[in-house]
Ligand binder design. Sequence first.
Ligand code: ZN
Ligand code: ZN
Length: 324
Amino acid sequence: MKPINQSQRQQNIIKFDEDGDDTPMMDSEGSSTVAPVAASTTDGASKGLCFISFGSGSSGNCAYLGTPTGGILIDAGINPDVVLPELARNGITPQHIKGIILTHDHKDHVCYAYKLVRQNKHIRIYCTRRLLKGILLKHKVSSRIENYQINIYKEIPFRIMDMEITAFETSHDGSDNMGFMIEWEGERFVVGTDMGVITPRAEYYMSMADHLMIESNYDSQMLETGHYAEILKDRVRGEQGHLDNVVAAQFVASHYHPRLRHVFLCHLSNDNNTPEKACDAMRHALEAQGISVGDGSNRVGERDCDVQVFALPRYVSSPWFVLA
Ligand SMILES: [Zn+2]
Ligand SMILES: [Zn+2]
C-alpha cells in the first residue's frame, strides 16, 4: 500500500495562523482522505525508547514517545487518521498508547484530543485543570472530554506506565503552558515548545535533557522583513510568544553536556523560518563550542557525532528514531 505523500497529507491539514483561531475545533469524525494503513514494516514496540513526530508547527503538533511497554502522545493537534496509520507502519497499535500529554490549549496542540480519546476509550488525557478549562472555554468540544482527563500539577511527577513525567511552566499565551521532562530507565526526553523566553524553571528541566525537543520558531531577519502585521510580529517575538532560532541555539550550546544526544527542532514557522536556517543556527552554535553535529541520520560520519540535530517537518512525519 502506498505511504501518505506530502500532497495527500497537506489536503488533510488545517491551516492555522501562528497558534491561530481561524478554524473550528474538530469535534466530529471529520473526513479522511489518507491512505489505508500499510502493513507494519518494523516492530517499534520491541525497541527501546522510540520517537516520531507526525507534524510540527502552527498547522498541528503531535509526537509519539514510546518504550517496549507502551507510549504517549505529546499534544494532539494532528488528525488520528494520520497518526494511527503512521504508528501502525512502525508496529504500534492504538493499545500501545496509554496517554496524551498536552502542552497548552492552542488549537494546533489540542484540536484532535477528544477525537482521539473518543475513538480509543482506553487513552487518558493528562493535563492541568486550568488547561482543560481553557480547551472547554475556547474551543467547540464536548464536555465529555472531562471523562478522559487525569489531573496533573506542575513540578509534581506523575507516571504513565514506566515513564515518570514532570510538567514545568513555560512562558506562552495559552490558558496554561508547560513543557515536560519524561524519564525512562535513566533517559530523559524533554519537550519545550511554544515559549517566548526560556524561564529559569524551563531552563532547569531543559538543561537536563538527553534528548531535547526545543522550539526553533523563527529567523529574526525573516520575521522583521516578512509580511506579518506589526501586532503579530510583536506577539511572535514577545515574552509569551515563540522562540528565535538563535536563542534556541545559544541555549543548547551553553547548556551542552555529553549526555545530550538528540536535538529535535520543533514548531518552525512556515513564513519566518526554513529548516536549513534553524539547523544552521543550532549547528553553528554547537560547533563553536567544539561539539560535532550529525544530521540525525544513521549514515557513517553522521551517527558518531556528539549530538544529532534534526528539524521536525511541519506537514509530514519524521523518520522513526530509536533514541536509546
Ligand atoms: Zn503552537
Ligand atoms: Zn501556542
